[in-house]
Design a protein around this ligand. Structure first.
Ligand code: ATP
Length: 316
């Protein structure tokens, strides 16, 4: 089984309890672990895969809490770093009109330093790059690029999720697109939401989005479509693979569960590159990954809702 190194941010989401009021009025917040790459690492480990989280938290109680959550979920945190800078915090509320009110207090996640020992571990393994904060600058952005380069030179399987957050890239969408391009060019697998696929390809039609993203370079494209499932596109085929019917209560983390489940399955292949040629197997894997996403919507919070293999098998 290959190990999946998940690079990026781990942070605290402070979610306002009294939804319907913006942050200026919110008084009670619940502390939740956040960060898409960390969620993906948990999703892989919970399904029985091997994952390592590579990111930085503060040398403070929030950082300790976050690393404990990953350890409890059997994620290897030996490559995680601690910084004097405080743990990154995000405050989130839904205002009366349903708009997300968001304050981002960026701290330690940006401090991730390059560790040359990882280069040899990447060889023959897999790298998942989740980009929500990584492309915002700081040492993390450089480190992220260097690990990407290491993965390319070591022949690792590379997965990329742009994780576009409008709150973080207001009026700088062109810069975000430019920064994503090298990753789209060289990744084996790209996971995009509908919004991201359209933003990054400059097209609205889904087929055209896939064509452009393939032209740039990504070999396997998965565009997640919520309750409708996933559009899977490879060099040979494009098909929408429906999800399963569930009663969603909180969709946070569905995309991370999806890509985590897909990567966990690919990690069991002796030669990961073979998945590029085997569309039938890929379709089966996406069916499972859809289930993982669906299950995650049926409970509150991302990490606590990620499925086990038993839950996946039980969902028909
Ligand atoms: P995120 O908001 O976490 O970045 P995303 O927008 O990338 O997520 P979604 O499309 O919401 O991801 O969900 C990922 C997958 O989970 C979907 O492709 C689908 O298979 C499954 N899924 C999500 N929502 C539902 C739902 N309401 N019912 C059934 N399946 C769902």
């Amino acid at each position: 089984m290959k190990k999946v190194f998940c690079i990026g941010e781990l942070l605290i989401d402070f979610v306002a309890e009294n939804q319907g009021s913006d942050l200026s009025k919110a008084t009670i917040f619940t502390k939740k672990p956040g960060g898409a790459p960390a969620n993906v690492a948990c999703a892989i480990a919970k399904l029985g895969g091997t994952s390592s989280f590579v990111g930085c938290v503060g040398n403070d109680p929030f950082g300790s809490y976050l690393l404990n959550v990953l350890k409890e979920n059997h994620v290897d945190v030996s490559l995680a770093q601690r910084s004097k800078t405080f743990t990154t915090l995000a405050y989130v509320s839904l205002s009366e009109n349903g708009e997300r009110d968001f304050v981002f207090s960026r701290g330690a996640d940006k401090e991730l330093q390059y560790d040359s020992s990882l280069k040899k571990d990447i060889k023959g393994n897999m790298l998942h790059l989740g980009a929500a904060t990584a492309l915002l600058g700081g040492p993390l952005e450089k480190t992220y690029g260097r690990y990407f380069f290491d993965a390319l030179t070591q022949g690792a399987f590379i997965s990329f999720d742009p994780n576009f957050r409008g709150d973080l890239w207001k009026e700088e969408e062109d810069l975000f697109i430019k920064k994503c391009m090298p990753f789209i060019e060289k990744s084996h697998l790209g996971k995009f939401s509908l919004e991201e696929a359209r933003l990054l390809s400059g097209k609205t039609d889904l087929n055209a989005c896939c064509d452009i993203l393939h032209e740039i370079g990504t070999k396997i494209i998965a565009i997640t479509l919520g309750a409708e499932g996933t559009l899977l596109s490879t060099a040979n085929s494009k098909l929408t693979i429906p999800s399963v019917s569930v009663k969603p209560v909180d969709t946070t983390g569905a995309g991370d569960a999806f890509i985590g489940c897909l990567l966990q399955q690919i990690s069991t292949l002796k030669d990961t590159e073979t998945i590029l040629e085997n569309t039938d197997l890929l379709v089966k894997m996406v069916e499972n990954a859809n289930k993982a996403g669906a299950i995650t919507t049926t409970n509150f919070g991302a990490i606590p809702s990620l499925p086990t293999q038993e839950q996946l098998r039980a969902l028909v």
